[in-house]
Design a protein around this ligand. Structure first.
Ligand SMILES: [Zn+2]
Length: 101
């Protein structure tokens, strides 16, 4: 099963994956002289939104880490997609072989 082997080998590259979703919020900092005071040129605040012990939490991400953290959250999506494909292959295999003598 060439596809399955390829998918399994790809999982190691996703070991830095993170759960949850990446959120970008726009906000004003409140300083009256800041460029954000016009209400249009707002600051970006990045967050990771994630369940911790079943409860939704949001943690701020420093701007310099935003790109990296976003990638790690995206890894989780690729991991889940690969696992679903692998399980589908294995289920089809099982269903094909279970009734063979
Ligand atoms: Zn500001």
């Amino acid at each position: 099963m060439e596809l399955r082997g390829k998918l399994v080998r790809s999982l190691g590259a996703l070991r830095e994956m993170l759960p949850g979703s990446f959120v970008e919020r726009k906000r004003a900092c409140g300083r009256p002289t800041c460029h954000c005071a016009d209400g249009k040129n707002l600051h970006s605040q990045y967050q990771i939104s994630v369940l911790v012990d079943g409860k939704p939490k949001a943690f701020n991400i420093p701007a310099e880490l935003a790109v990296k953290i976003r990638e790690k959250i995206e890894m989780r999506r690729r991991f889940d997609a690969a696992v679903a494909t692998i399980c589908g292959i294995n289920l089809r295999r099982f269903l094909q072989e279970k009734d063979k003598p």
